[in-house]
Ligand binder design. Structure first.
Ligand code: MG
Length: 348
């Protein structure tokens, strides 16, 4: 009998504060924790998607059930394992990311190397994450800004209604660099140009996904009138989306859950840089498993928004640390988990 095992458990991430975006408000994110066991070693992964993407614990389970784990783990080369994974089904990127992360973690443990070393990422520049301020009443948003003093950059979620007022009030109480995420909340080009110019004057230095998915001409019209970067998020999922966006956006937001994992993200970065696009490495609401996995390739990004684990109160493990907005890695093997006691008890 084979020793290789693929194990998975449903898990609900509990947010410290209800989190608001232009999509609505929520206080939990449902997903799965994955463990791939081979011999004495275990690689961990996770899948978490917000409800507006069509992936849930049921679809994740059915994806995991369709995997032949012996086949998955038997390849010498990680890329062969991932090719097999992609042949099973086209979608299910979060479920795929969970397997991809667990395989990378396992491979790193087998080779006694961090994933960063496996990908030969040498960058030694300090890596900072922005901190996300969810959409809420202005009073609550200001309170959250006050609590996020240590971070160099704040990413403010807007919803298209009182955007200028929110940024104006925030800029009165802080000199931190401000990014905004409109989450597709803007609809009219003229109004977008007016809003953008006003918030740029107040200190905003990056705008993420201003218009609904597919409104690229409007995005380019806005891009022509402003000097800061416009980043695609909902408009970009995998590497197949990059080329067509190149003339319309200045950069792309890559998230492991959205694209299917570390290998796909690495390839997306290579392709996007070829088109002169900048890279924002982002995340969903995730635990330290997903954040530490993303951290392994963070040296290749222009900006990082890897704060998902800071927003939850029931993290799954200890891994990379965040000190005053700086992500502090380690030389641990795999994705860099430093204390997996919780995870081990989950799969005992
Ligand atoms: Mg976004």
């Amino acid at each position: 009998m084979s020793e290789d095992q693929l194990l998975y458990k449903p898990y609900s991430l509990k947010l410290k504060e209800p989190f608001g975006t232009a999509h609505g408000i929520r206080s939990t994110t449902e997903g799965m924790i994955v463990a791939i066991r081979s011999g004495d070693l275990v690689g961990y992964g996770e899948a978490f998607m917000p409800p507006y993407y069509e992936e849930n614990q049921e679809t994740m389970t059915s994806f995991f059930e369709s995997i032949d784990v012996e086949k998955l783990v038997s390849f010498e080369d990680l890329s062969e394992s991932l090719k097999y994974l992609n042949e099973i089904k086209k979608d299910n990127t979060a479920a795929k990311a969970a397997i991809d992360i667990a395989l990378h973690d396992l491979k790193g443990k087998q080779l006694k190397k961090s994933v960063r070393k496996i990908y030969k990422i040498e960058s030694s520049k300090p890596i900072f994450t922005s901190y996300t301020i969810g959409f809420d009443s202005i009073e609550k948003m200001l309170q959250k800004v006050k609590e996020a003093k240590g971070f160099k950059t704040l990413k403010i979620k807007l919803n298209g209604e009182n955007d200028v007022e929110i940024i104006s009030k925030i800029s009165e109480i802080t000199n931190q660099e401000l990014f905004v995420d409109a989450n597709q909340g803007w609809n009219d080009t003229d109004k977008a140009i007016e809003t953008a110019n006003k918030i740029i004057a107040l200190g905003v230095r990056l705008i993420e996904q201003p218009f609904p998915k597919g409104m690229w001409n409007e995005t380019r019209a806005l891009q022509d009138k402003i000097s800061i970067s416009i980043i695609a998020d909902e408009d970009v999922q995998t590497k197949d989306d990059i080329e067509k966006l190149a003339g319309y956006f200045d950069g792309i937001n890559i998230k492991l859950m959205k694209c299917g994992g570390i290998a796909e993200a690495f390839e997306m970065i290579r392709i996007a840089k070829g088109f002169g696009l900048k890279i924002l490495l982002g995340c969903m609401t995730e635990s330290s498993i997903g954040i530490s996995a993303a951290y392994q390739i963070a040296g290749l990004a222009d900006w990082c928004d890897l704060d998902g684990n800071l927003l939850i109160k029931n993290d799954t493990c200890e891994a990379i640390k965040c000190v005053d907005g700086q992500l502090i890695g380690n030389n641990n093997v795999g994705i860099g988990i430093t204390n997996d006691a919780n995870l081990r008890s989950m799969f005992d």
